[in-house]
Design a protein around this ligand. Structure first.
Ligand code: PEP
Ligand code: MN
Length: 288
């Protein structure tokens, strides 16, 4: 039988050579790496209580199983909106509880881990921070589930070694997220590397999800790339949804209106079925 995995020798804790069976990372009722496809959705950025609640209710109604929203925002320009920071993290936690969804948000600095961990169910390490080893160690020590995005210029090997820092700190609850890489192509914001998903899934036991929002930069491509992601074996999706994308303070062009997200959820179901999976939805009688 042909085998794979020798090329991940350095990332020994993340490798299937060490642990052949897939790891399931549970965050509330969402189980990454299990039979179901986990859809995490919400705005790029927490902007206000109304904006967040409107969007959270919509994604919940459409069947998402987790809510996302940035509060500590890593912006390219220092003049761009930097997020509501601590206030935003608290708001995300409150709205998550209100709608009954676990929440994930980015932590940019090791000094912020405690405050973010106090309100979020899962800590996101962003693309720009993937190489920050002190942050990786800090989220590792936190014991919270971690969503580790691929650095925009990181090889898959470097990405797995970043995961290895978290695992080596004693935290096994790591979910990887492919979010596109920098290439010569400018038609899309990044080049979504679905080959990386297949490569990592074969060599690592960690769950892998895909972010087709940052991966393409175009709202009209998000559904097709979501279907492609599930077809190649992704365990879930991270999708930016905004109740009113035109007014979004960040990433409006790649954010889906709730009705477009609703259609996406319907469109991915047969693809999930074709690869022997289901799209999990939080079942609740909450609010509607
Ligand atoms: C995000 O998901 O909020 C984000 C900033 O993405 P990335 O780190 O992939 O750019
Ligand atoms: Mn964004």
């Amino acid at each position: 039988m042909q085998t794979v995995g020798a090329d991940t020798a350095e990332a020994r804790l993340a490798s299937r050579l060490t642990k052949p069976e897939g790891t399931v990372v549970s965050v509330g009722g969402a189980h990454f790496g299990g039979d179901d496809i986990v859809v995490v959705a919400g705005p790029c950025t927490v902007e206000s209580p109304e904006q967040l609640l409107d969007t959270a209710l919509a994604v919940r109604r459409c069947g998402a199983s987790m809510l996302r929203g940035g509060a500590f925002k890593p912006r390219t320009s220092p003049y761009a909106f930097q997020g509501l920071r601590e206030e935003g993290v608290k708001l995300l936690g409150e709205v998550g509880r209100e709608v009954g969804l676990p929440v994930v948000t980015e932590v940019m600095d090791s000094t912020h881990v405690d405050i973010v961990a106090a309100h979020a169910d899962m800590l996101q390490v962003g693309s720009r921070s993937m190489h920050q080893t002190t942050l990786l160690e800090a989220v590792g020590r936190s014991g919270k589930p971690v969503l580790l995005k691929r650095g925009m210029s990181a090889t898959v090997e470097e990405w797995l070694l970043a995961a290895e820092y978290i695992l080596a700190a004693g935290n096994e609850r790591v979910v990887l997220c492919e979010r596109g890489i920098r290439t010569f192509e400018t038609a899309t914001r990044n080049t979504l590397d679905l080959a990386a998903v297949a490569w990592v899934k074969a060599r690592s036991h960690l769950p892998v999800i895909v972010d087709p929002s940052h991966g393409t930069g175009h709202w009209d491509m998000v559904s097709s790339m979501s279907r492609g992601s599930i077809a190649v074996g992704a365990d879930g999706l991270l999708i930016e949804v905004h109740a009113d994308p035109e007014s979004a303070l960040c990433d409006g062009p790649q954010s889906l209106r709730p009705e477009v997200f609703d259609k996406l959820m319907a469109d991915i179901a047969p693809v999930a079925h074709a690869v022997g999976r289901h799209v999990s939805a939080m079942m609740s009688t909450h609010r509607w």
